[in-house]
Every structure is written in structure tokens, then in C-alpha cells.
Design a protein around this ligand. Sequence first.
Ligand code: SAH
Ligand code: F3S
Length: 447
Amino acid sequence: MDIARIEAIPSVKPRVFLEDMGCQMNRLDSEIVLGKLHQAGFQRVETTDDADVVLYYTCSVREHAEDKVFGRLGSLKRLKALRPELVIGVMGCMAQNHKERIFERAPHVDLVCGTSRFEDVVDLLEEVRHGERVLAVDRRELKFDRDISVRPRRFQAFITAMRGCNKYCTFCIVPYTQGRERSRPVSELLDEARRLVDDGVVEITLLGQRIDTYGQDQRDGTNLALLLHRIHEEVPGLLRINFITSHPNFMTDELAATIADHDRISRYLHLPVQSGSERTLKAMNRGYSVDEYRAAVARMRARVPDLAIATDWIVGFPGETEDDFAASVALQRELGFHGSFVFKYSPRAGTRAAELEDDVPRATKEARNQVLLAEQSAMSLAQHTARIGLDLEVLVEGPSKRNAERSMGRTRWNEIVCFPAREEAVGRMLRIRIERTTALTLHGQPI
Ligand code: SAH
Ligand code: F3S
């Protein structure tokens, strides 16, 4: 046991620095970690220099976030040499993905904690305090007993409706880092939503990798439509209910009807398509054809004509030709998406696609990325321009990032609206008359 280390760690109000990178689920999990640490008496600090414990909570869907963390770990080496008592931890999907390889690449890391053990962070840090290097990546049942009071915005919260993914798209690491699909019971989610509302929340976002498969693992007829309906009816304090992310194979009439019939469910669907090429979709194991994707969109729009559908694209998947890419561009135009998140393919070790040659040059990936973004930008500008002159309900979120004299909020279609600052209205609905727009942001005046 390393005595010097134990004594060097202050026993009162240890200070923790936590940085999260990546998807919403990693973000929520990192909030849950902060909640646990808060309850155990830790104090959050803003710089690594001030910290006794430095944690990186990281997603591993793309190479970029992981590279960033390895970079951060590299620059912590000096600090650790100066203060050997400093505890450094890597958590989340990245930890689950690399396991002990993180210790090999960054020997000054003390804790590697994966996606089934983050709730035990306090005990794990205690083990580290006793001089051990800790690897916690075994699979356990999560308890979901979060401290709901810890969250970045008072009136907004994420809720994990389900974890894991059974789809195994060939490019995707998530099934390996998050495991099989497990849905939480409706009663537990209702209870969490109610407690959040009692604590000031008016907007929730239900999270799941394929949120529209919610309930399938329970085999009792529960599904996303029923869950949304019950939250809508039984938690009246909510002004807006969002859910992400959807897979095209589960766009049912029942789900469409539920969105249409429930006022406070947002009219925003995140429905990744990934590619418009039949061949590429097959190689990705997405489980639908281009026509089936079209049909899913049509089914939802038939019942909810104003539904805003945003999508994800991967450019430069192995073997993607100019023709494959042209099919993506054509589909993007045809379906008139309200948002496109474009990702340049990066191989993730352990996935099936990683066995294929990553043969699309980086410059080509970048060029294709720009084409889809430019096309989306033009479509978004046209969609936004059609909003000019309308009075839209906007849920106020806070100050605009670019201009402190303005506030920003979102419509039920997930559009960003900026208007003269109304900080007293944060967390409330305002009616805003839209006066002008860019591809990214609507601008208007409260009425
Ligand atoms: N269903 C999940 C998907 C997680 S990954 C969700 O909740 O969003 C998010 C997006 O990252 C995917 O839709 C895909 O477009 C992109 N992505 C996943 N793996 C990738 C990879 N290896 N390279 C590039 N982009 C990837
Ligand atoms: Fe990933 Fe495909 Fe599941 S993108 S999260 S394996 S639906």
C-alpha cells in the first residue's frame, strides 16, 4: 500500500474536475457521476490544476473524442509527476472500449470505469485512495438511483429510457460498449419524470440508442408510444417531451398517432439514415432499404405533416463510390430533412467494418461532408424562411451564445430562435414573431 498517497489526499471536500465528451447518454451518465460525488462531499472545480481527482467521461462512437482524451492524458503527465496523489480516471464508453489498454497507453491513469460501473464511482475512488489502480469494466445491473438535482440546466433534463443496442450496424461500437438493449420499467420512468418536475424541470429528453425499440425486451406489450402517452398524461408539469434516437424500422402508425395527438410531445424526430445507397446500407447492416426508409418517413408525415425529421449521415464508409454518395445527396434533397449530422467514417476496432479497408481518402470524406452540409444549409434556410411572419411558441433556454443581449429558445421542431433578452422567461414558453432568419437560427420579437 502506498502510504504517502493516502495521506496526501485531503479527507475533506476533495475537489473533482470532470470533462465529458460525446453523446447525450455519456453526458447524462457524467451528470449522474457528479451527483454521486456531490453526495459524497466532493466539490466540483473548473481546472485540472485545482483538482484532486480528474475524470474524463467519454463516448467512443468516433475516433475524435478518444484521441482528444489521450491528448489530455498526455498533458496531465507533468501534473501527476508533480503531484503523485492526483487521481486520474477515464470513464464511459471509451473506458469500456479500451479497458486495460488505457493503462498501457497512459500508465499514470488510476481508474478505468466502464458503462456498467459508473454508479459505483465513490467506492471505486476509495479503492484508488488505498493505493490501487482500479479497472471496473465488468457488466452489472445499473441501479438508476440518480441524484436528480445535479444537472446543467434547472428546467431541462435527460432521462435514460433504455440502454444498449442489439442492432450491430457494422460501423458502430455502441453495442460493444453499451451491451444488450435493456428498457427501464414505465413506472420507474414516470417516477423519475415526476421528481424532476417537482425540482423545476419542464422539458425532458428520453434517451435510448434505438429509443423506438423501447419495451421490446420486456415482452409485456410496452412500447415507446405507450410510454410517451403515459408521461404526457401523468406528468402534466412538462411543457415538452423529446425522445432520441430512432431507428427507421420501428416507425409505427401508433407512434405517429401518439405524436400527433399529444400536444406537448415535440414534433422532432431524429431518424438516422446513414446513406442513400442501397449497397452501402447493406454493408452497414442497417436493416432497411432506401425504399423502406422512404416509407418510414412517409408513414410518420402522413399522420404528423409538420414533423421535423433530422438525420445522420456517414460519408466515406469503406467502398463508398461517387455513385453511392450521389445517391445520398439525392435522398437528402428528396426527403427535405430539417437537420443533417454528417460524420466522416472512422474505423472502430472490434466492429465488422473495421475489417474492411478504410479506402476513401480523407480529402474525399471531407469534401463529401461539405457537400451534405451545404445542401442541408440551403434546405434549412428555405424551411426557416417559410417561418417568417409566423408567431411561434418558443421554450426559452437562456442567453444566446453569440450575443449576451439576446436570449435563445427552441420551437417544438427543435429550431433555435433568438430574440431580445428575456432572462426572467427561462424555462417558460414565449410567443415569438419571426422576423428574419439564417440557415441556423430564427430571429424575432416576443409578442
Ligand atoms: N443510435 C445511436 C447512434 C449512436 S452513434 C444514437 O443514439 O444516436 C451516432 C452517430 O454516429 C450514428 O448515427 C452515425 O451516423 C455516427 N457513427 C457511428 N459510428 C461511426 C463511425 N465508426 N464513424 C463515423 N460515424 C459514426
Ligand atoms: Fe449503433 Fe446501429 Fe445501434 S448505429 S447504436 S448499432 S442502431
